[in-house]
Design a binder for this molecule. Sequence first.
Ligand SMILES: [Zn+2]
Ligand SMILES: [Zn+2]
Length: 304
Amino acid sequence: MIYSCLHTHSTFCDGKDDIETMCRSAYEKHFESIGFSSHAPIAKKTGIVTGWHLADERLNEYIDAVLDARERWRGRLSVYLGLEMDYIAGRCGPADADLRELPLDYLIGAVHYVASPRGDLMTVDGFDDDFEREFRAFFDNDGKALYRAYYTAYQEMICGGGFDILAHFDLVKKNNRRFGFFLPGDADYQECVAKTVKTAARQTRNFVVEVNTGGMIRGRTGDPYPSSAILRLLKAQNIPLTISADAHAADHLGGCYEDALRIMAGAGYTETMLIDGSKEGKPHWRPQRINPARGAGSAEGMFS
Ligand SMILES: [Zn+2]
Ligand SMILES: [Zn+2]
């Protein structure tokens, strides 16, 4: 069994556990590797100050901490340095030139913020009360407007490039279980999704899409990001996947992987990608076969 998680947060941003605790947990779970992906600093660039992003002035400290962990764990666990970069139209994104100067092994591109028709920004993954208030104030409770804004931003991010991993493809569904503001089977929603997948298929960079179990682990979604219908579209375009937990605590590492692997296999995927070192800032991806027939009982058998 070979496990990894490249979407991992720590106490440098909104994670509960520090880098050493996350590494130890990954090692104890027999992971081959772990990659850290703090929410990249955006305050200086955008003026947006939050409690969940890495502070600009701590960026170097974060880099040093991950590189130190790499040395400490050498020979037992491969430790990679990444960032999860927000795309916010006209303000910041994974294509930002300053990110190229950092010694990153990989960069995750993510859309958390969407702009309303009047230009107000809100996060689609906000917690219940915040989401409810902002959705009403900025989008007049119009679910179609919200998911359209989300997928438009996602397409813009893809076109801009700069990322190695596309994060939580359909994150806009996170609050849908609670608020029911759109139907995933709706033709308009599916059109938005299909257009986004086609945009990804046209991007020539050597990237992967993550299958993210973070929503499942925290009970916000019944399936991974992206859902199986989107995975089938991605498969039709031969876009590779990597599995991650969007871990915000040590006990999230590897969470719901079995379920997600089964869903990936059901969508026609026979392999998932592992990072295998990086070269000149570009990750080298190594395919690993998924074998769902052997995975009925335990995650142990899921990989051949
Ligand atoms: Zn995210
Ligand atoms: Zn994340």
